[in-house]
Design a protein around this ligand. Structure first.
Ligand SMILES: *Cc1c(COP(=O)(O)O)cnc(C)c1O
Length: 377
């Protein structure tokens, strides 16, 4: 795993978020290498999990990705302007509106109910065209997708899909990151039966973790998001994915305090003796979650220093008493996530400290960072 280079240009005034597009495409290729015959899409919803949909999708397309998934029609329209020829699938489908725009933009909505199917068929009829769509059959998530009774109605009536070119029959796994969970097998079996009931239709089941459940789960198209962005698809095992982001804050001030003093809002940290406190220019308004208060850490060079006191809106404080002075001066940078190798903090490490998952850390990353996208050519 290679280090994500630090940004050293003197004009950068504050915190820097570096996004390694080459690591994303390397992750995409690594996942593709695990598939035997299935195609590999890229999930770029929510601004590519907070990392920038446009640069990420452009890099994936340059690496050979031909199918993309987003959640909203608006995301799909933005992606269509960037990539005129790729397949763009819309997880949330047409229930939120925008069906005409999706047809116009050649977007592929995921139809999540009989009502969606009827509306899309009628739109196709009205336009006198065949329109592509995915059909989502619910196999145990109970969130979106046709429930069993609607699935029965659909398969009993061949005319229901008139004018709809079904791109993929899809479903979504609830527990793919827990390989031993019995629901995985049950969903696989239910999905396998549905695939047989719609013969000739390509199928898609696996998200990032689903790819690691075995080839049975791969079908014709896998749809990873998280693993592309460095989140471990196999929790509890070594992470096969390259780290993608490095978040560096800048030290604004270093303060020597003595034992009767406390640090930060709520006076939640009390110095045990003489302590050096470094104040860094990142806070919860930047998506550096407040739940990291008194729990997280930062790397000053190779030296980890504990986060002390509460994370405030724009600032966070570390006890740098044990950090060599040349690494903890005002103006020097601290790795809050990264640098991409050990020692350092992965997205999953920070998520564990914050009591959440890597997905939430990434999608919370704020807009105030100086963002640098590297590679991707
Ligand atoms: C977000 C999403 C994915 C991607 O999941 P990851 O766990 O990020 O790989 C795949 N399928 C559906 C339906 C999704 O909503």
């Amino acid at each position: 795993m290679s280090e994500i280079p630090a940004v050293t240009e003197p004009e950068h005034r504050g915190a820097v978020l570096t996004i390694d597009l080459d690591a994303i495409t390397a992750n995409w290729r690594l996942l593709g290498g695990r598939l035997k015959g299935a195609a590999l899409a890229g999930v770029v919803k929510a601004d590519a999990y907070g990392l920038g949909m446009e640069p990420v999708a452009a890099a994936l397309a340059a690496a050979g990705c031909r199918a993309f998934f987003v959640a909203h029609a608006g995301e799909g329209m933005a992606l269509r302007r960037l990539l005129p020829e790729v397949d763009i699938h819309i997880f949330n489908g047409i229930a939120g509106g925008g069906a005409e725009d999706m047809a116009e933009g050649r977007l592929i909505p995921v139809l999540n109910s009989l009502g969606d199917i009827d509306a899309w068929r009628e739109l196709a009829g009205g336009l006198g065209k065949t329109l592509a769509a995915d059909i989502h059959v619910d196999t145990g998530m109970s969130r979106l997708g046709l429930p069993p009774d609607e699935w029965e109605v659909l398969t009993a009536d061949g005319e229901r899909l008139a004018g709809i070119a079904v791109a993929f029959l899809m479903s979504h796994l609830a527990c793919a990151d827990e390989p031993e969970h019995p629901l995985n097998r049950r969903q696989l079996e239910t999905f396998g039966r549905a695939v047989e009931e719609l013969p000739g239709t390509p199928a898609s089941l696996a998200n990032s973790s689903g790819i690691f459940l075995g080839t049975d789960y791969h079908f014709d198209l896998a749809r990873p998001g998280a693993a592309l962005y460095g989140i471990n698809p196999c929790p509890g095992k070594p992470n096969p994915m390259a780290q993608v982001i490095r978040l560096q804050g800048k030290i604004l001030q270093v303060r020597e305090i003595d034992s009767p003093q406390t640090v930060g809002y709520g006076a939640t940290h009390r110095a045990g003796g003489r302590e050096l406190i470094a104040t860094v220019d990142v806070g919860y308004a930047d998506g550096y979650l407040r739940s990291l208060s008194n729990r997280g850490g930062g790397f000053f060079g190779d030296v980890r220093a504990p986060l002390v006191g509460r994370v405030s809106m724009d600032l966070v404080t570390f006890d740098v008493s044990e950090v060599p002075e040349h690494l903890s001066r005002p103006g020097s940078m601290v790795d809050l996530i990264g640098p991409g190798h050990t020692p350092g903090l992965t997205v999953d490490d920070v998520a564990a400290d914050a009591g959440t998952i890597g997905y939430e850390i990434l999608t919370s990353l704020g807009s105030r960072y100086h963002r640098v996208h590297r590679g991707g050519g």
